[in-house]
Design a protein around this ligand. Structure first.
Ligand code: PGA
Length: 240
């Protein structure tokens, strides 16, 4: 894995946005794999600025998001569909019908996962997949476990993730306990991966990921199987 260490959140966001922009310029009709969470918000702001300045064009872009809570309505302000609209899609010239997020309202969530895996396969491999990393080492909602799922699936959120995400909800009890998420194999299918991490709270997870071992207690360590991964992080995430 290549590691780019940035001074702070701002520099991390600019660096990540530049990497994504370069991929978009090389192929203006590519697929972007996108992530939610607080980490990539600054990167999305930069991408919006670049789009408004005419530097990058979203008109031919397709996006696939990693995950969605279950159950949750798309217009719930904590849904990842809502997050993507608010933080990127509403502000750039993208065709929203080409933006895909798992269906948090599906009557049959297992069938919805199969359908999502098919959608991701049909649009073709992401030219770049953006990832955050959970404090527990999760990527998407692939939580630490003795075995990890390969494809898109329904998952139970761990106590640690529910606690970490409670800050966005009125109370911890309001955090959905399940999610639909791409599997590790779905994620590894991207041609290029960047994983962003800032702050000391991510240090333990980042260290385990960089230890060079496949450790299911740190799902991000599975990225060691991919030949083009860039870790864009700040000093606190790298060094604690
Ligand atoms: P965060 O979440 O960006 O809000 O820290 C990261 C993640 O859980 O993947």
């Amino acid at each position: 894995m290549k590691v780019i260490v940035c001074k702070n959140y701002e520099e991390m966001s600019v660096t990540a946005a530049q990497i994504v922009a370069d991929v978009m310029k090389a192929d203006p009709a590519c697929v972007l794999g996108l992530a939610t969470g607080s980490t990539p918000v600054g990167m999305y702001k930069k991408l919006i600025e670049m789009n408004k300045a005419g530097e990058i064009d979203f008109s031919g872009i397709t996006t696939v998001n990693l995950d969605e809570y279950y159950p949750i309505a798309p217009d719930n302000d904590q849904s990842y569909r809502y997050f993507m609209n608010e933080n990127l899609f509403n502000h750039v010239n993208i065709d929203k019908s080409r933006t895909f997020v798992p269906n948090g309202m599906a009557a049959d969530p297992v069938a919805a996962c199969e359908a999502y895996e098919e959608t991701v396969a049909n649009v073709g491999a992401a030219a770049i997949q953006v990832l955050g990393i959970g404090q527990n080492g999760h990527i998407g909602f692939n939580e630490p476990d003795t075995a990890l799922e390969v494809r898109t699936h329904v998952t139970d959120l761990t106590e640690s993730t529910i606690k970490a995400n409670a800050r966005f909800f009125a109370s911890e009890a309001d955090v959905p306990t399940k999610a639909l998420t791409m599997g590790i194999g779905t994620i590894l299918n991207a041609k290029k991966i960047i994983i962003l991490a800032n702050g000391a709270a991510k240090h333990e997870a980042v260290s385990k990921m960089l230890a060079g071992k496949l450790d299911t207690s740190c799902p991000a360590s599975m990225l060691n199987l991919h030949s083009d991964v860039i870790v864009v992080c700040d000093e606190a995430a790298l060094n604690g």
